[in-house]
Write a protein of this length. Structure first.
Length: 175
């Protein structure tokens, strides 16, 4: 029975790594970012518009957090989300932060979402700015405080496979 949470900013590679871990070890996978994108789609909003709305309407974050918290009670699961590690810290066995420079993350987001790089940059900057404000205002969480993490990986110079190997080695015999 293991519970792992992978956090990181948009485009850092957290969902990719969570999927790899889940597939490799036969664990379930839950993505808070996917839930956020689903809410935006359901409401007919862009991620940028939903981020702005979420600053005024805490019910959006609360819905995502409630679902994340419930999922974290399950066993044999990998959870990924920007804020997930802080939300479920006491319920999980291992916390990983995946990060990368903004320019690299924007290129990944543009490729993933099939949008122009300029749009990905604008949306990412706005989204992260509003996220920082919301996280501090709603939760008192400083996302620059990395002290809760067991492992921090910057993916600037390493690929998906190398990142996965680092996580695998760090997890050791926990799985």
């Amino acid at each position: 029975m293991v519970k792992i949470v992978i956090s990181g900013p948009p485009g850092s590679g957290k969902t990719t790594q969570a999927k790899l871990i889940a597939e490799n070890y036969g664990l379930k996978h839950y993505s808070a970012g996917t839930v956020f994108r689903d809410i935006a789609k359901r409401r007919g909003l862009t991620l940028e518009e939903l981020s702005i709305l979420a600053l005024k309407d805490p019910s959006i974050d609360l819905e995502i957090d409630r679902r994340t918290f419930e999922v974290a009670k399950e066993n044999d699961i990998v959870i990924d989300g920007h804020l997930a590690a802080w939300i479920v810290s006491d319920l999980v066995d291992y916390r990983v932060l995946i990060t990368a420079p903004l320019t690299l993350r924007v290129l990944r987001i543009a490729s993933r979402d099939k949008i122009p790089v300029e749009k990905a940059l604008r949306e990412t900057i706005i989204r992260e700015s509003f996220q920082r404000k919301r996280f501090m205002e709603f939760y008192g969480i400083d996302i620059n405080d990395l002290s809760i993490f067991d492992l921090v990986i910057n993916t600037k110079r390493i690929g998906v496979r190398e990142t996965f190997e680092i996580i695998k080695k760090a997890l050791g015999n926990r799985l």
